[in-house]
Design a protein around this ligand. Structure first.
Ligand code: ADP
Length: 624
């Protein structure tokens, strides 16, 4: 006996709406159907294990089959199956009303399109690609009769008895004309590989030839079913039973062409939320963006998305790996996800675990930690800049590296500079170089004064320095060329000058005339005799404003402004005394210009015509 009926939903035309909505993500129908098949399979295993099902389990697997002639794609499982009543209840009522609700909710929300695409619609998504769907199913319950159900995507369906002998469910899609791509083996392999690679029940698709030895010990070719998934991926296993090689091999499985990671964290939480996963620390150099979107989000071993933006703290997006949690709500909008309590907890948990791991590494083997620091520092600094909680932890393991390649923790460094680099107001002055080779003359000067110079030349270091100045009390951060070495650490000490007031005025005038550039401020200072005769400095504040605007931090007009250098004449240098008493005006000007150009040279600012002139002038002066 056959029965006809009408699916009770409000909207007559769900089908076209959904089809349009999910246009770019049609492929997820297969994930949905295979997931259902896996769920049904796991249910029968569970029933068997608690003694509720006493029959033969048989070989538990899910099969995906393509029939090019009939233009069908079939998903077969040996799960619990459904009785006719269950089909009516679960497929007609639950699946379809769920879909109707879904459409109602998202019809007008274009922005949420992506989230729908990601999370799918369950069984109903079959109608994105099929013009007709058949179900044949036999329930595990004793005395059940097999049932069939058929529906063409309208609200009409038919249900009746089927002649199925094996327990389980077959879902047969009669593919629509515009979806025949799903008859292609490579396409199906591709989708299965993307979404089903780590599902917990063997999934069979296609056959593979294999050479085996037969009973007479002769080689023989046989066809074997091809299982496409790894049912026990690493993150589902106990950390205690895994070795480093396992983690590295799994990394290669996820990202075949990547360099080995620095290290990893195995996440394993079951209270107050459920979370497993493995996060790898890649070597992060300067390719901040390239590395994003490398964490895959799973829910019970079903791939959901690589967009983990709302689940993982921003700075941890640089990590690679897998997160699996059934507690991340899947079919909700993005704004809801951001405010979801579980998501927040997961976020905080991951941050904590990452900090723990770094701290452990640092404590356990400082040397290895230092060796890995170049690949790690962007990551740690990003965390410090963007996440207050992480900073609280990272205080103890963020490292500073000086120009001699020695590493210090913040505390160690404060002690290291305690005696030499405390200014008159009690601030610790952190002196840094953003380019050790370009700023070499300044570094040498600072070192002569007994100062230590840090190497802070990474992409995030400008931000990092700003943050450090705010976070660490009584500190000043100065680039090594922002002042003459005498002034880097301010003291009350008055310097004796060998020049009189008149002489200072005179020398200032000579230089101003020689330079002929009014945008530079010329001052005379009493620097050590072995310091350069002319020093060009770049005031810290100005330079930072400019750096920030270059990074797009507002103040766009700063970007175009020429940098205003201070020109400092070393009144104690013998060359300055010589210029002062030089009787020949031209010669005097020439010497001043030469001294100024040397200052420019030390700042890497001499180029073009100025450089050519300088070289020529130098050659002439030498041959005189
Ligand atoms: P969901 O899987 O989110 O519950 P679906 O629309 O995909 O929603 O499926 C609705 C219901 O139909 C399922 O909860 C399940 O009870 C039943 N079902 C679907 N596919 C199968 C299957 N292959 N075997 C047994 N039951 C199934």
């Amino acid at each position: 006996m056959q029965e006809k009926g009408t699916i009770s939903i409000h909207t007559e035309n769900i089908f076209p709406i959904i089809k349009k909505f999910l246009y770019s993500d049609h492929e997820i129908f297969l994930r949905e159907l295979v997931s259902n098949a896996i769920d049904a399979t796991q249910k029968i295993s569970r029933l068997a294990s608690i003694g509720e099902f006493k029959g033969e389990l048989g070989e538990l697997k899910v099969e995906v089959k393509v029939d090019k002639k009939a233009k069908t794609l079939t998903v077969v499982d040996r799960g619990i199956g459904m009785t006719a009543d269950e089909v009516k209840k679960y497929i007609n009522q639950i699946a379809f009303s769920g879909a109707a609700e879904f459409v109602e909710k998202y019809k007008d929300k274009g922005e949420d399109k992506q989230i729908i695409g990601m999370f799918g619609l369950g069984f109903y998504s079959a109608f994105m690609v099929a013009k007709k769907v058949e179900i044949k199913t036999l329930s595990y319950q004793e005395g059940s009769e097999a049932a069939f159900w058929i529906c063409d995507g309208s609200t009409e369906f038919e249900i009746g008895k089927a002649d199925k002998k094996e327990r389980g469910t077959e879902v047969i899609l009669h593919l629509a004309e515009d979806s025949e791509e799903f008859l292609e083996d490579y396409r199906i392999s591709q989708i299965l590989n993307k979404y089903c690679k780590f599902m917990p029940v063997p999934i069979v698709f296609g056959k593979r030839e294999e050479t085996v030895k037969n009973e007479e010990d002769k080689e023989e070719k046989v066809e074997k079913e091809q299982v496409i998934n790894n049912t026990t991926p690493l993150w589902t296993r106990q950390p205690s039973e895994l070795k480093d090689e396992d983690y590295l091999a799994f990394y290669k499985e996820l990202y075949p062409f990547s360099e080995d990671p620095l290290f990893w964290i195995h996440l394993n939480v079951d209270y107050p939320f459920n979370l497993t996963g493995i996060l790898y620390f890649p070597k992060v150099k300067n390719e901040l963006d390239v590395n994003k979107n490398k964490i895959q989000l799973y829910s019970r071993q079903v791939f959901i998305t690589e967009e983990v933006k709302d689940v993982v703290p921003e700075f941890l997006m640089l990590l690679h790996g897998v997160i699996d949690s059934p507690d991340i709500p899947l079919n909700v909008s993005r704004s809801f996800l951001q405010s979801d309590g579980n998501v927040k907890k997961i976020n905080a948990h991951i941050t904590k675990k990452v900090a723990d791991k770094l701290n452990d590494l640092f404590k356990k083997d400082r040397k290895i930690y230092e060796e890995k620091w170049s690949g790690l520092n962007v990551f740690v600094k990003y965390g410090i800049i963007s996440d207050e909680k992480f900073w609280e932890r990272a205080k103890t393991f963020v490292l500073l590296q000086n120009t001699e390649d020695k590493y210090f923790t913040l505390d160690e460094y404060t002690k290291h500079i305690e005696s030499a680099q405390k200014d008159k107001d009690g601030n610790h002055v952190y002196i840094y170089s953003s380019n050790a080779s370009a700023q070499d003359a300044f570094i040498k000067s600072a070192q002569k004064k007994g100062y230590d110079v840090l190497k802070l030349d990474g992409i995030l270091d400008n931000h990092f320095i700003n943050q450090m100045e705010m976070k660490l009390e009584k500190t000043r951060w100065k680039r090594v060329d922002s002042e003459t070495s005498d002034r880097l650490v301010e003291s009350d000490e008055k310097k004796e000058s060998v020049l009189s007031k008149d002489e200072e005025e005179k020398i200032k005038k000579i230089f101003e005339d020689a330079i002929g550039n009014s945008s530079h401020t010329v001052t005379i200072e009493s620097l050590p005799v072995d310091e350069m005769p002319v020093v060009l400095t770049l005031p810290e504040f100005m330079r930072r404003m400019k750096d920030m605007s270059a990074l797009g931090g507002g103040m766009a007009m700063m970007g175009d402004m020429p940098l205003h250098h201070n020109v400092i004449i070393n009144g104690n240098h013998s060359l300055i005394s010589k210029i002062l008493i030089e009787p020949d005006d031209n010669r005097q000007k020439e010497l001043a210009l030469q001294a100024y150009d040397l200052g420019m040279l030390a700042q890497n600012m001499l180029n073009g015509k100025r450089l050519t002139d300088f070289i020529q002038r130098s050659a002439e002066m030498m041959s005189k």
